[in-house]
Design a protein around this ligand. Structure first.
Ligand code: 6PG
Length: 479
């Protein structure tokens, strides 16, 4: 055995990760794949990598030094279980199986327990950054045991993206913590993309900017607070002209957004945890709505506003949209971090949220200048209850909130949908409110179902005899 690390599954992500591993000092990389042709192709295309090829799982295991460490890069789902089962047959106690796919964290918790029962380590590792990141430096979110991290840490550190001299990887927490955090990363990715899309829509439909002009606006925004990978690629996409039609590409792409499920998982999990992630939810719903072709066709002729709102200061509106985007983005991230906080509490993970923000600063899809601020906010106050009250974000919200309101008002008046902006603003205003109409909801629940309520002025649980004399009784008396 000569390889210190192996990769199972050589589709694009697996191949690129294997090449990344091979390019780092000290690594000898074993590779294998369900179909032999993919192995041969990789060996042929990349002789420089010095891969150790195998055509069976047994040979693959034999080519690895102990503790054997294998990264599984197959499409998340049943295939993952099959590969894990095969590896468990040929691996020994102390060896390490890493799942680098976008697995659902509850599957990872289940798999970790099953594999650990055999004495083998199982690490669910979130990997972000797409094909390019896998090759040149992704952001890595491993869970699993501290013992596995001992062996795996240096290997992952060698291939991760680097932000300010630090590798974008940390031991997130035990069992499914890494995949949980990757899931929330993707939820935030959905929200970020939706907010950018709403901004673009406003620039076009309210201000009449062309795609090329909107590209300039985003390129300009990318030099300031909003600097990020997603803003950068937005400018590039908007500038791109379709060779076939001569039209801006964005105008010939079908406006029905796809999704592979991680955004929905983020929302479903948040519902289970009781964490409001409305910005992320609206982003998922906006994609679903866009793909409801028949409903959209049926509703196309419903009435809209009779006249467009008059904009006195178009340049001012561009700046308003920028501020609304920034503020909404702060809300989306705050919601994502709330979900991580709740997940950690429920599943017993000791997650350092500052570390999560730190490893998202480079390599991943949501990488942004903004993540430096989140990192610092948690470094200053590790127990921060909400990102929104970190001094740095209080300042951002203070500077942006009036503009945010103007943008949502203009959008509503113009009939341009801004579910992301509006949900974020509603979340913000709800949190600010001294009293919420939840009091009325509690009273309604008590009315029709004797669900009881608590009072602001006395301890205890109460019920009003709605169908009787409407006097109040202590709820204990109802039993
Ligand atoms: C990443 C991406 C990656 C992938 C998502 C996109 O972090 O590198 O999030 O995991 O692009 O699967 O998901 P949708 O296809 O659902 O948009």
């Amino acid at each position: 055995p000569i390889a210190n690390i192996g990769v199972v599954g050589l589709a694009v992500m697996g191949s690129n990760l294997a090449r990344n591993l091979a390019s780092r000092e000290g690594n000898v990389v074993a590779v294998t794949n369900r179909t032999d042709a993919k192995v041969d192709r990789l060996i042929e295309d990349h002789p420089e990598a010095g891969f150790v090829p195998s055509y069976s799982i047994t040979d693959f295991a034999a080519s690895l030094t102990t503790p054997r460490t294998a990264i599984v890069m197959v499409k998340a789902g049943r295939g993952t279980d099959a590969v894990i089962d095969e590896l468990c047959e040929v691996f020994e106690p102390g060896d390490i199986i890493v799942d680098g796919g976008n697995a659902l964290f509850t599957d990872t918790i289940r798999r970790e327990a099953a594999v650990r029962a055999k004495g083998i380590n199982f690490v669910g590792c979130g990997i972000s950054g797409g094909e390019e990141g896998a090759l040149n430096g992704p952001s890595l979110m491993p869970g699993g045991s501290a013992a596995a991290w001992q062996t795996l840490g240096p290997i992952l550190e060698s291939i991760a993206a680097v932000a300010q001299g630090e590798p974008c990887v940390t031991h997130v927490g035990t069992d499914g913590a890494g995949h949980f955090v990757k899931m929330v990363h993707n939820g935030i990715e959905y929200a970020d993309m939706q907010l950018i899309a709403e901004s673009y829509d406003l620039l076009r439909r309210v201000l009449g900017q062309t795609p090329a002009e909107a590209a300039d606006t985003f390129a300009d925004w990318n030099t300031g607070d909003l600097e990020s990978y997603l803003i950068e690629i937005t400018a590039e996409v908007l500038r791109h002209v379709d060779a076939d039609s001569g039209q801006p590409l964005v105008d010939v792409v079908l406006d029905a957004a796809g999704a592979k499920g991680t955004g929905s998982w983020t929302v479903q999990t948040a519902l289970d945890l009781g964490v409001p992630v409305s910005g992320i939810a609206e982003a998922v719903f906006a994609r679903s709505l866009s793909s409801q072709t028949d409903v959209r066709a049926a509703c196309r002729d419903l009435p809209g506003p009779s006249s467009a709102p008059a904009l006195e200061d178009p340049a001012g509106f561009v700046e308003d949209v920028r501020l609304a985007l920034y503020a909404s983005k702060v809300l989306a991230y705050a919601q994502g971090f709330d979900e991580i906080t709740a997940g950690a509490r429920t599943y017993g993970w000791d997650i350092d949220r500052g570390e999560v923000a730190r490893i998202w600063r480079a390599g991943c899809i949501i990488r942004a200048r903004f993540l430096d601020r989140i990192t610092e906010a948690y470094r200053d106050q590790p127990d921060l209850v909400s990102l929104l009250v970190a001094p740095v974000f209080v300042e951002v919200l203070e500077a942006a909130q009036q503009a945010w309101r103007r943008v949502v008002s203009v959008a509503v008046a113009a009939g341009v949908p801004v579910p992301g902006f509006a949900a974020a603003l509603a979340h913000y205003d709800a949190l600010r409110s001294e009293r919420l109409p939840a009091a009325l909801i509690q009273a309604q629940r008590d009315f029709f179902g004797a669900h009881t309520y608590r009072r602001i002025d006395r301890e205890g649980t109460f019920h009003t005899l709605w169908s009787g004399d409407r006097s109040e009784i202590s709820a204990e008396d109802t039993h």
